[in-house]
Design a protein around this ligand. Structure first.
Ligand code: 8P5
Length: 445
């Protein structure tokens, strides 16, 4: 048996484009994901977020489920295209949806945790170059300042960005996510402007002196391990760590980009002329907490021909339906590393969870693999806390089965099953198990 601290914050997480639907309602205009998902071949089966979990209309029912599970906090994201459907034009109706959502959460004694940006950039911004345009920091500043004014007093935890790595590298470099570009220089420019917009939003938040509220950022961090004891594989792991983790951690916590990665990238992308003198000082504004999204680790072997001198090899552990190795001990390694090398400010695991092939049988879903996945990761979370680690909460990804980006509806991460034909919700065994963990504040072995 392993106990959590008494004030440990148990939550679940979702994001706007993945669950809301209602993409043309109350003034919302398209995001880059509305556009991208309609391009043939970009998403599994041509799936889009047009309807998703119809959460825009069913939010009261879904908050009722949060209440039933007993979560203390709910991490959701705000759809920028609902708030500013056109450049510079605020949409009160879009804002009113989130005010109603937050009111319902507070009525149910659930702490709202708002992510300002979870990848659904308004298409009007995409048309102006998106995150490649340095003006994106002004568009984002106007957006975040308006949110702080409208709901700053009822949202105790703000997350500026969800996974800058995915919003830049996966989207402008690898091309798997919107807008689907495959240009590594673009990817680093986008990453820089996203980080810069984070720093500007933190400055605005501080200047507004919003009481009883904290601000941070969520990074997806993937610990990298060498495939063998060979020196070249250790080098490959170092570069993989720079590619996934240090490129974002270092500017935020050390006020500089990692020199080894700048040297490595310079050959490919040329000069870093998009970085202005004052930028790193803005990016490294002090924050109140770090959000970490953890799913798996990477194991790499040296590869002379790859940009980052390495290629991933399959790990020995069991896999989730995403093909990601289940490696809970890597979460412990990661947390210890962050604590030792970066910060001992409060950390929240803002996403952790797994996709498995769920089968409905007489309105029940026996997802024991998902229970085991979450249980093992929570055990290592407790181990870190028992070491003195400043881990303050855990948000399970996700509340509902939802639109899994390029995988569409083919991958189910929810602890609540969604029948997308009928929109019926069914609590999986993992939801019942999580309810018990929260209620008892401990993990049974
Ligand atoms: N190097 N490297 N690799 C990074 C691999 C990215 C892993 N995917 C994520 O973190 C996304 C996060 C997202 O917030 C959520 O919107 C997604 O639904 C979940 C599930 O996919 C996770």
């Amino acid at each position: 048996m392993a106990n959590f601290p008494k004030d440990f914050l148990f939550g679940v997480a979702t994001s706007s484009y993945q669950i809301e639907g209602a993409v043309n309602e109350d003034g919302r205009t398209p995001s880059i994901w509305d556009t991208f998902s309609k391009i043939k071949g970009k998403t599994y089966n041509g799936d889009t977020g047009d309807i998703a979990c119809d959460h825009y209309h069913r939010y009261k029912e879904d908050i009722g489920i949060l209440k039933e599970i007993g979560v203390k906090a709910y991490r959701f994201s705000i759809a920028w295209p609902r708030i500013y459907p056109e450049k510079g034009k605020f949409n009160q109706k879009g804002m009113d949806f989130y005010k109603k959502l937050i009111d319902e959460l507070l009525k149910n004694n659930i702490k709202p945790v708002a992510t300002i940006y979870h990848w659904d950039l308004p298409q009007w911004a995409g048309d102006l170059g998106g995150w490649l345009n340095r003006d994106s920091i002004y568009w984002y500043s106007e957006y975040s300042q308006k949110l702080f004014k409208e709901i700053g007093d009822v949202v105790p935890m703000w997350i500026t960005h969800n996974e800058p790595w995915c919003a830049s590298i996966l989207s402008y470099g690898i091309g798997e996510h919107a807008p689907g570009h495959k240009d590594y220089r673009e990817a680093l420019i986008a990453a820089h402007h996203i980080l810069l917009s984070h720093g500007e939003a933190v400055k605005i938040f501080r200047d507004m002196n919003i009481k009883e509220s904290q601000i941070g950022i969520t990074l997806n961090l993937t610990p990298a391990y060498p495939a063998t004891e060979k020196e070249e594989d250790y080098l490959a792991a170092k570069y993989a760590d720079g590619f996934s983790n240090r490129w974002f951690l270092d500017p935020i916590f050390k006020g500089k980009y990692p020199v080894d990665m700048i040297e490595l990238y310079k050959k490919e992308i040329g000069e870093f002329d998009f970085i202005k003198n004052e930028d790193l000082g803005i990016i490294s504004q002090p924050i109140d907490f770090l959000g970490i999204n953890f799913y798996s680790r990477s194991i790499v072997k040296y590869d002379e021909n790859s940009l980052i001198k390495g290629e991933a090899v399959e790990g020995p552990g069991k896999k989730t339906d995403m093909g990601w190795e289940i490696s809970p001990e890597s979460l412990y390694d990661l947390l210890k590393r962050i604590d030792k090398e970066y910060t001992n400010m409060p950390i929240y695991i803002t996403e952790n969870g797994a996709a498995f092939k769920d089968i409905v049988n007489k309105d029940e879903v026996h997802d024991q693999e998902r229970i085991e996945y979450v249980k093992e990761h929570l055990k290592y979370a407790i181990k870190f806390i028992e070491d003195g680690g400043n881990l303050k909460g855990y948000f399970l990804w996700s509340l509902l089965d939802n639109f899994e980006w390029a995988y569409g509806y083919s991958k189910r991460f929810g602890i609540v099953y969604v029948d997308f034909e009928t929109q019926k919700r069914i609590l999986k065994d993992s939801a019942i198990w999580y309810k018990e963990v929260i209620n008892k504040n401990l993990i049974d072995n």
